[in-house]
Design a protein around this ligand. Structure first.
Ligand code: NAD
Length: 457
């Protein structure tokens, strides 16, 4: 049986060896999930809710060990690992509070012996192929509402967060979700491809655009419900009337938190020429104040780059930007190993001929471009194939709303960034994906509507 070696990206050390699911074990697990799903769907919602409540309690009780595992395999600073676990709780609370209403059957017509009702049936067996950068968030955005609405879940966590994925599955099993209803699969792209070959009723994916396209192609002939939550090149505009210092501090955090490895990290900044220099000075000072290093230290802010190949992507974006005339203010290089390290990097004098301003960096690196007007900023923000989030910093809510209404993005921010709410739908425009998670719609997305036509005899 093939083996997955889990490595600590901060040290390069092997952390664990896990047996990988091959085509045969993936098929066995998918068949078992198919057989187990009807009984889970028939389990009263209050029992499914009780299991999720026990899962939540276990997350709280085991935060220290779960955060340590996450830091160990992803290189995420320990404080940010704990933040992710704590941030998961309000998401679970939202799903638990709204599941009953979201799937309640509703009468929409009742006249002369004829009744019409809308119900919400589970999709059946859904697959979740997931990213590593926020494994608790992206995993549970699917797993929790899918289970609450009566689905069985075949869950393939990223090979770079496999131990965390196995923790999530273990905690759900201990909380009372049957092993054949919540089914983890260990492995990389091959295991993911084996999963796609199974009979599934929905595929919920979080990851890169390139893999998302491959998955859509693999499923195209089978008309399986497909959701893709993909990358971004998220822009923010700092308007002439903004508070330069506050905006710089907020955006430095938005660009560098999680070592810049967030789908909604700030990836491009446009600053009005009137406050450009003041903004840049404060931005660089803030970035240079971030502590880089040992992810297990509580005050570390910048951790390791999780995937070693990403270092070459960052090197190439830096070289391209320098060659095309960008000005490097700090960073711009790898840091010594062992492990995968990149210095927080800030460029000015950038433009859209540079890869840095066009393609997802997914690392602690940012370009700041000077603009002369609101219209120029909006045009530049929309000059992208992606559309996950976008923001504007200004004193005027009316102006922010007017500008953001013109920006193509699933989430828009006024005076904030890098923010996700369980109450709001999380979705992308263009190459950032299709479908949504979170919000009440992100519960219903794991169901199909069922139309009841009921005539009294
Ligand atoms: P990735 O595309 O490399 O991998 C994602 C998952 O797909 C992994 O589990 C991987 O094993 C699997 N996979 C790879 N090849 C496959 C194949 N041929 N068939 C089936 N499965 C396959 O992405 P990643 O490096 O894990 O994650 C980073 C990306 O995810 C970034 O682009 C980031 O922006 C994006 N992301 C998006 C969101 C969002 O909500 N929109 C959230 C987090 C991350």
């Amino acid at each position: 049986m093939p083996i997955l070696t889990v490595r600590n990206p901060a040290t390069g050390a092997a952390v664990a060896e896990l047996p990988v699911d091959d085509a045969a074990s993936t098929a066995r697990k998918a068949q078992a999930a198919r057989a187990a799903q009807p009984a889970w769907a028939a389990t009263p919602l209050r029992e499914r809710l009780a299991a999720i409540e026990r899962f939540r309690a276990a997350l709280v009780a085991q935060t220290d060990t779960l955060a340590a595992t996450l830091t160990n395999e992803v290189g995420k600073p320990i404080t940010q690992a704990r933040n992710e676990l704590n941030g998961l709780l309000p998401r679970i609370d939202f799903f638990a509070a709204h599941a009953a209403d979201a799937i309640a059957e509703q009468t929409v017509f009742d006249d002369a012996g004829m009744r019409e009702r809308i119900g919400h049936a589970p999709l059946g067996v859904v697959a979740n192929i997931s990213a590593w950068n926020y494994p608790y968030f992206v995993g549970c955005n699917v797993i929790v509402p899918a289970l609450l609405t009566g689905n069985a879940v075949l869950y393939k966590p990223s090979e770079f967060a496999a131990l965390t994925g196995l923790h999530i599955a273990r905690l759900l099993h201990e909380a009372g979700v049957p092993g054949d209803v919540m089914v983890p699969l260990v492995g990389g792209g091959e295991t993911g491809a084996a999963l796609l070959a199974q009979r599934i009723d929905g595929l919920f994916f979080t990851g890169s655009h390139a893999t998302g396209v491959r998955i859509a192609q693999a499923l195209a002939a089978r008309l399986v419900k497909l959701q893709l939550e993909l990358g971004g090149k998220d822009p923010t505009y700092v308007r002439a009337d903004a508070d330069a210092k506050a905006a710089a501090e907020s955006l430095a955090d938005g660009a560098m938190y999680n070592t810049g490895q967030s789908c909604c990290s700030v990836e491009r900044i446009y600053v009005h020429e009137s406050l450009h220099d003041a903004f840049v000075e404060r931005f660089v000072a803030t970035v240079e104040g971030f502590k880089v290093g040992d992810p297990t230290a509580a005050d570390t802010y910048i951790g390791a780059i999780t995937r070693a190949p990403q270092l070459a992507v960052l090197d190439a974006q830096v070289a391209d930007a320098v060659a095309k005339g960008a000005r490097l203010l700090t960073g711009g290089r790898r840091l010594p190993g062992p492990g995968n390290w990149y210095a927080p990097t800030v460029f000015t004098q950038v433009d859209h001929t540079m890869e840095l301003m066009r393609e997802e960096s997914f690392g602690p690196i940012i370009g700041i471009q000077k603009v002369r007007s609101d219209d120029e900023a909006v045009a530049l923000m929309n000059d992208t194939r992606y559309g996950l989030t976008a923001g504007v910093y200004t004193r005027s809510e009316a102006t922010a709303r007017e500008l953001l209404a013109r920006v193509n993005a699933g989430s828009v921010y006024w005076n904030c960034c890098d923010r996700v709410s369980p109450r709001l739908p999380w979705s992308g425009v263009g190459d950032s994906g299709i479908g949504l998670t979170l919000s009440v719609d992100g519960i219903r997305t794991f169901t199909r509507p069922k139309a009841w036509h009921l005539r009294q005899p």
